[in-house]
Design a protein around this ligand. Sequence first.
Ligand SMILES: [Zn+2]
Length: 120
Amino acid sequence: MSQDPRPWRRLYKTAAWKRLAAAQKAAEPLCRTCLSLGRANDGSLTGSGERQGNPRRRYLVADHIIPHRGDAKLFHDPGNLQTLCPDHHDRDKQIEETRGYSERRGEDGWPIDPRHPANR
Ligand SMILES: [Zn+2]
Protein backbone atom coordinates (compact mmCIF):
# COMPACT_ATOMS: atom_id res chain seq x y z
CA MET A 1 0.00 0.00 0.00
CA SER A 2 1.33 3.39 -0.93
CA GLN A 3 0.51 6.51 0.99
CA ASP A 4 -1.98 8.97 -0.41
CA PRO A 5 0.18 11.73 -1.92
CA ARG A 6 -2.67 14.19 -1.38
CA PRO A 7 -3.85 13.71 2.21
CA TRP A 8 -5.91 16.93 1.95
CA ARG A 9 -8.45 15.18 -0.23
CA ARG A 10 -10.53 14.69 2.89
CA LEU A 11 -11.16 18.47 2.76
CA TYR A 12 -13.39 17.84 -0.25
CA LYS A 13 -15.63 15.56 1.76
CA THR A 14 -16.65 18.19 4.29
CA ALA A 15 -20.02 19.92 4.43
CA ALA A 16 -18.16 23.26 4.43
CA TRP A 17 -16.61 22.47 1.05
CA LYS A 18 -19.86 21.22 -0.44
CA ARG A 19 -21.55 24.46 0.58
CA LEU A 20 -18.68 26.54 -0.81
CA ALA A 21 -18.60 24.68 -4.13
CA ALA A 22 -22.38 24.97 -4.55
CA ALA A 23 -22.25 28.71 -3.77
CA GLN A 24 -19.43 29.20 -6.28
CA LYS A 25 -21.31 27.43 -9.07
CA ALA A 26 -24.50 29.34 -8.24
CA ALA A 27 -22.63 32.67 -8.37
CA GLU A 28 -20.69 31.74 -11.54
CA PRO A 29 -22.72 29.16 -13.50
CA LEU A 30 -20.45 29.13 -16.59
CA CYS A 31 -16.88 27.93 -17.21
CA ARG A 32 -14.62 30.98 -16.78
CA THR A 33 -12.11 29.86 -19.42
CA CYS A 34 -14.83 29.10 -22.00
CA LEU A 35 -16.34 32.50 -21.29
CA SER A 36 -12.98 34.19 -21.91
CA LEU A 37 -13.03 32.41 -25.31
CA GLY A 38 -16.49 33.81 -26.04
CA ARG A 39 -18.49 30.69 -25.19
CA ALA A 40 -21.19 30.28 -22.59
CA ASN A 41 -20.56 26.79 -21.26
CA ASP A 42 -22.91 25.65 -18.49
CA GLY A 43 -21.36 22.19 -18.53
CA SER A 44 -23.12 21.03 -21.72
CA LEU A 45 -20.13 21.80 -23.98
CA THR A 46 -16.58 20.49 -24.30
CA GLY A 47 -13.59 22.77 -23.80
CA SER A 48 -13.49 23.36 -27.56
CA GLY A 49 -17.15 24.39 -27.73
CA GLU A 50 -18.74 21.26 -29.11
CA ARG A 51 -21.69 19.56 -27.49
CA GLN A 52 -20.41 17.35 -24.68
CA GLY A 53 -21.18 13.81 -25.87
CA ASN A 54 -20.16 12.15 -22.63
CA PRO A 55 -22.93 12.60 -20.04
CA ARG A 56 -20.44 11.85 -17.25
CA ARG A 57 -18.49 14.97 -18.19
CA ARG A 58 -21.50 17.28 -18.27
CA TYR A 59 -20.79 19.19 -15.08
CA LEU A 60 -18.87 22.16 -13.79
CA VAL A 61 -16.07 22.25 -11.25
CA ALA A 62 -15.47 24.72 -8.44
CA ASP A 63 -11.72 25.11 -8.88
CA HIS A 64 -9.04 26.69 -6.68
CA ILE A 65 -7.29 29.42 -8.67
CA ILE A 66 -4.18 29.36 -6.49
CA PRO A 67 -3.38 25.69 -5.75
CA HIS A 68 -4.10 25.17 -2.05
CA ARG A 69 -1.91 22.08 -1.48
CA GLY A 70 -3.66 21.41 1.79
CA ASP A 71 -3.63 25.04 3.02
CA ALA A 72 -7.03 25.25 4.75
CA LYS A 73 -7.18 29.05 4.43
CA LEU A 74 -6.64 29.00 0.65
CA PHE A 75 -8.93 26.01 0.37
CA HIS A 76 -11.86 27.77 2.05
CA ASP A 77 -11.31 31.23 0.53
CA PRO A 78 -14.34 31.97 -1.73
CA GLY A 79 -12.18 34.56 -3.57
CA ASN A 80 -9.84 31.76 -4.62
CA LEU A 81 -12.55 29.87 -6.51
CA GLN A 82 -13.57 29.87 -10.14
CA THR A 83 -15.95 27.72 -12.17
CA LEU A 84 -14.44 25.53 -14.90
CA CYS A 85 -15.67 22.85 -17.27
CA PRO A 86 -13.96 19.44 -16.81
CA ASP A 87 -11.84 19.93 -19.96
CA HIS A 88 -10.39 23.23 -18.80
CA HIS A 89 -9.99 21.95 -15.27
CA ASP A 90 -8.02 18.89 -16.46
CA ARG A 91 -5.95 20.90 -18.92
CA ASP A 92 -4.89 23.43 -16.28
CA LYS A 93 -4.06 20.71 -13.79
CA GLN A 94 -1.96 18.83 -16.35
CA ILE A 95 0.04 21.92 -17.25
CA GLU A 96 0.56 22.63 -13.59
CA GLU A 97 1.70 19.13 -12.77
CA THR A 98 4.12 19.00 -15.70
CA ARG A 99 5.68 22.40 -15.06
CA GLY A 100 5.37 22.57 -11.31
CA TYR A 101 3.43 25.83 -11.43
CA SER A 102 0.17 27.20 -12.74
CA GLU A 103 -0.01 29.37 -15.88
CA ARG A 104 -3.12 31.11 -14.64
CA ARG A 105 -3.09 34.86 -14.77
CA GLY A 106 -4.89 37.49 -12.79
CA GLU A 107 -6.89 40.33 -14.26
CA ASP A 108 -3.68 42.33 -14.72
CA GLY A 109 -2.26 39.51 -16.89
CA TRP A 110 0.44 38.61 -14.35
CA PRO A 111 0.83 34.95 -13.26
CA ILE A 112 -0.82 34.39 -9.88
CA ASP A 113 1.09 31.30 -8.77
CA PRO A 114 3.95 32.24 -6.42
CA ARG A 115 5.90 29.30 -7.92
CA HIS A 116 5.72 30.78 -11.43
CA PRO A 117 9.21 31.87 -12.63
CA ALA A 118 7.90 35.43 -13.11
CA ASN A 119 7.17 35.59 -9.37
CA ARG A 120 10.44 34.15 -8.09
ZN1 LIG B 1 -14.27 25.48 -20.27
